[in-house]
Ligand binder design. Sequence first.
Ligand code: PLP
Length: 430
Amino acid sequence: MTPNLKYLHPYPFEKLAQLKQGIVPPADKSHIALSMGEPTHATPHLIQEALLTHLHGLANYPTTKGIPELRQAIAGWISRRFQIPVDAVNPETQVLPVNGTREALFSFAQCLIDQALAAPVPDKLAAYTPSLAIPRPVVIMPNPFYQIYEGAALLAGAEPYFLNTLEDSGYLPDFDAVPDEIWQRCQLIYICSPGNPTGSVIDQASHEKLLNLAAKYDFVIASDECYTEIYDDETNPPPGLLQTAYNMGNTAFKRCVIFHSLSKRSNAPGLRSGFVAGDAELLKHYFLYRTYHGCAMSLPTQHASIQAWQDEHHVIENRRLYREKFTAFIDVLGEVCTVIKPPASFYVWLKIPLPAASPFSKGGLRGISDTEFAKQLFAQQNITVLPGSYLSRDFGGINPGLNHVRIALVAPLDECIEAAQRIKNFLNSL
Ligand SMILES: Cc1ncc(COP(=O)(O)O)c(C=O)c1O
């Protein structure tokens, strides 16, 4: 076994299952699941129909590169969505289909990280032995985060370095706070915009700053943009990394790879369909890696994905549904606590009122921790939310997930309203 396996943390949902173990929620309240980021709006008919129409494609092995029509549909979507010329993205060299972004975010680091660049390396083995405290390649990522980034870094033999995203800075990463020594060792940075769990959006000026740092220190930016299509303001969609790169004159997208998915955009998490796009040189190597990795996308899925990337009607409707839920949820819960409406994503990153050290704590459940909050909410109201600290690490003396819970507004509207009411009752009872 690779020794790096022992550094992997249990996945947040395993911890959550443990937390809830043995608790019997009230039988008179139906369960409302708001913990997983699993969309429950209907998968569009056009996706289902294309899947059925192309079922005969199961008779063939698909290729790693995918059919040209899919890569063309994706390149066309990137150009329309991010307002760059139609020929700005070459579907032959700058696009690859992936089976959902999760596997791609993980495998990309395995392909990219160069152990030989760990410095100093006294012998070959030492580079693979983190306990020897040898400066290893660094992978930078936000904190809190999508845990795949951390696992990918650790299994690639790199050292994760966290960028705390806190309320004071609008839940955005502060690239200026990273020491020079870390940039020197950085080979890869994951950014997530819109962010999971905070829903914050990285603007073009911050993209520019990061692109300049990447050029200066020669590292790669993996931009996880799988929530870009779930946003509040129809006139102000979140910018993408390739868009900024192109506008800066980096028309070859050097050091940039974006990750997009149909899971959230098109309510098709079971389809396992997404893409990576960007720097042709990087994708050439990643393509080679993927041929061995063995994760080609089935032909029916490719045809269904073409339909999905070419249609925006269902995506507009999807956003309308989330907007409706945010408004209704905040209308109710906002009566008893501050609920920040994020510019994008379907998450409420709720700061638990009255933090643990509050002088106003009067015993009982006041000053409740995020894990206790989630546990008691399940026990009393039969609602599952995710404790913030399950998505974060202690870093620089701070754990940005503490005193937060992540509430995914994925349930139907009436359930979200019911959940807001029950959470309100719960808070009132503390
Ligand atoms: C931030 C983020 N990135 C990537 C993914 C992976 O999504 P998928 O593999 O369905 O594309 C998720 C899933 O929840 C996510 O929250």
